[in-house]
Design a protein around this ligand. Structure first.
Ligand code: PLP
Length: 455
C-alpha cells in the first residue's frame, strides 16, 4: 500500500481498479510519474480508460464513469458526437494531411469569424499554448515593446513566457519557475486579478506590449472575473494603447457560442482559442484585428513578419471535426445545456454539503462546478454565490495533495471522474448524471469522514 490516501479508501480503490493498477506499473516505466499530463497524476494510481460515449467513459476494469473532464474541456458536445465522428471518419479516408491548402480550413475559419465577435482574421495552430505564444509574439512585433502583463492565477499554457504565476501561492518568490530564465521573468509583470488600479499602475510603470486575461477568471473562474472588470480592462488598455489578449481557450464556444466576449459584449484585440474549436481533436487558433494579424503576412505594414511554420496547422482532421462541432455550437443549445447542468450540479451538491453540515462548498459560473473543501465562510444563497465574499484571493489556493487524491478516488469509487477540483459539464450530461453525481458527493463525504479526512 502506498498510503497516498487512507488505508480503507486505497484498499477498495485497488480492488475496484486492478487492471489500471497494473497498467500504471507500465506507465511508470515509460513516463515520468507514469503520466502524459500533470493533471492526470493521481495517487495511488490513475484509472485507465478504453472507451467513451456521450457523458460517460469506461475503465479497463469495467466500471463506467460519469466524465467531468470532457477532454479537458474540449468535448462540449460529449464523447463521440455522431456529426463529429462522421466528419472525421469521412475525412480520414480522404486524407489526413495534404501539405497544401484545402477548403475545410476555409470553412473552419468562416465559423470562427462568424461566431467570435472580435475575429477579423484567423491563424490556426495546434494547441492553446501555441495560440498564446503567437499572441505574445505578435503583440511584441506590432508594439515594438517587450513586457507582458498577466494576472496572478491565470493560466495561458505552459510556454516560458506565460506559465509563471499560473498557480498559487502568489508571492514574488514563488513566481520563479525551474527552467524559465531571469530574462524571461524580467519581461513578465504579474498583477492581482480584479484590480484595475493595479493594472493601470503596471501599464504606466512597465510600458507593456500587451495584457493577457482569462476572461471569466483564472482557471475558468476559480477566482471569478466579473463583466465590469473586463469592460474596465478593455477601456483602460484601449486608452493606454496596449493590446488586450483574451484567452478564450476554455471559454471560447463554451460559455456562449461567441465565448466570453460574446457573453459580456467586450471586444479584445486578439483572442486565443483551442479545445472546443477543434471538436475534440488537437487544434488551436489566434484571431483578432486584421492590422495585428497582419504581422503574419508577407511584406506586411509592420516591416517585420512573424515566422510561423507548424506541420499540423489547420490539419484536415481537426478542421473537419472543428467545422462539424462549431456548426452545432452555433445554435446556442450546447452552451445553454452545459450551463444549466452546471447550475443544477452546483445547487444539488451544495444541498448535500449543507444537509450533512460538511464544511465544503460548490461554486462557479457557466459549465464550471468548483469544489472548495475546508470552507467555513458564508453559505450559498443562490447561483451568484462566491465564497469568501470579497476576499477573492482566498479562492486561489493549492489544496493538500492527500485530500485531493482522497476526494478524487472516493468519487471514482462512486462512478464519477471529477476534473481535479472542478467539473466541466457538457451538452451530453443528462438528468440521471446530475442525480447520480449529487448522490456520489453524499457518499464521498461519508467516506472521507470515515477516514478522518473531512469534518
Ligand atoms: C485558458 C487556457 N489557456 C491556454 C491553455 C493551454 O491550452 P493547451 O492545453 O491546448 O496547450 C489552457 C489549457 O487548459 C487554458 O485553459
Amino acid at each position: 500500500m502506498s498510503q497516498a490516501v487512507s488505508q480503507t479508501l486505497e484498499a477498495e480503490y485497488r480492488e475496484t481498479f486492478p487492471v489500471s493498477a497494473e497498467l500504471y506499473q507500465r506507465g511508470c516505466a515509460n513516463f515520468p510519474s507514469g503520466v502524459t499530463h500533470d493533471g492526470r497524476y493521481l495517487e495511488p494510481f490513475p484509472v485507465y480508460v478504453n472507451r467513451a460515449g456521450g457523458s460517460h467513459k469506461t475503465t479497463v476494469d469495467g466500471p463506467e464513469l460519469i466524465d467531468y473532464w470532457m477532454g479537458h474541456g474540449a468535448l462540449l458536445l460529449g464523447h463521440g458526437h455522431p456529426a463529429v465522428v462522421d466528419a472525421v471518419q469521412k475525412q480520414a479516408a480522404l486524407g489526413t494531411h495534404y501539405g497544401a491548402c484545402h477548403e475545410l480550413e476555409l470553412n473552419w475559419a468562416d465559423w470562427v469569424i462568424k461566431l467570435v465577435p472580435s475575429a477579423e482574421k484567423v491563424r490556426f495552430v495546434n494547441s492553446g499554448t501555441e495560440a498564446t505564444l503567437m499572441a505574445l509574439r505578435i503583440s511584441r512585433i506590432v508594439s515594438g515593446k517587450t513586457k507582458v502583463i498577466k494576472f496572478a492565477g491565470h493560466f495561458h499554457g505552459w510556454h516560458d513566457g506565460l506559465i509563471p504565476g499560473a498557480d498559487a501561492p502568489h508571492d514574488v518568490a514563488s513566481y520563479a519557475m525551474p527552467g524559465v530564465t531571469d530574462g524571461v521573468m524580467g519581461d513578465l509583470v504579474i498583477v492581482p486579478p480584479n484590480d484595475l488600479a493595479a493594472v493601470e499602475r503596471a501599464i504606466d510603470e512597465q510600458d507593456p506590449a500587451c495584457v493577457f486575461v482569462e476572461a471569466t477568471g483564472g482557471h475558468f473562474g476559480t477566482v471569478p472575473v466579473r463583466g465590469e472588470f473586463l469592460c474596465g480592462l478593455r477601456e483602460l488598455t484601449a486608452k493606454k494603447g496596449v493590446i488586450l489578449v483574451s484567452d478564450e481557450v476554455i471559454t471560447g464556444f463554451r460559455v456562449h457560442p461567441g465565448g466570453s466576449q460574446g457573453y459580456y459584449g467586450f471586444t479584445p484585440d486578439l483572442t486565443t482559442m483551442a479545445k472546443i474549436l477543434a471538436g475534440g481533436l488537437p487544434g488551436g487558433a489566434l484571431a483578432g484585428r486584421a492590422d495585428l494579424m497582419d504581422a503574419l503576412q508577407f511584406d506586411n505594414q509592420h516591416g517585420k513578419k512573424m515566422k510561423h511554420p507548424g506541420t499540423f496547422n489547420g490539419n484536415p482532421l481537426s478542421a473537419a471535426a472543428g467545422t462539424a462541432a462549431l456548426e452545432i455550437v452555433s445554435t446556442g443549445q450546447p452552451c445553454d445545456h452545459a450551463n444549466e447542468v452546471g447550475q443544477r450540479l452546483r445547487a444539488g451538491i451544495n444541498e448535500v454539503f449543507t444537509r450533512k453540515s460538511a464544511p465544503w462548498v460548490a461554486y462557479g459560473e457557466f459549465s464550471a462546478v468548483n469544489i472548495l473543501p475546508n470552507y467555513h465562510g458564508p453559505r450559498p444563497d443562490g447561483d451568484e454565490f462566491i465564497p469568501h465574499e470579497n476576499q477573492l484571493e482566498l479562492l486561489d489556493v493549492s489544496q493538500d495533495r492527500r485530500l485531493t487524491c482522497a476526494f478524487r478516488t472516493a468519487l471514482l469509487l462512486e462512478g464519477v471522474d471529477y476534473f481535479g477540483w472542478k467539473a466541466m459539464t457538457s451538452a451530453a450530461h443528462t438528468d440521471e448524471d446530475v442525480t447520480r453525481t449529487i448522490d456520489a458527493f453524499d457518499k464521498m463525504i461519508d467516506r472521507l469522514r470515515e477516514d478522518g479526512l473531512s469534518e
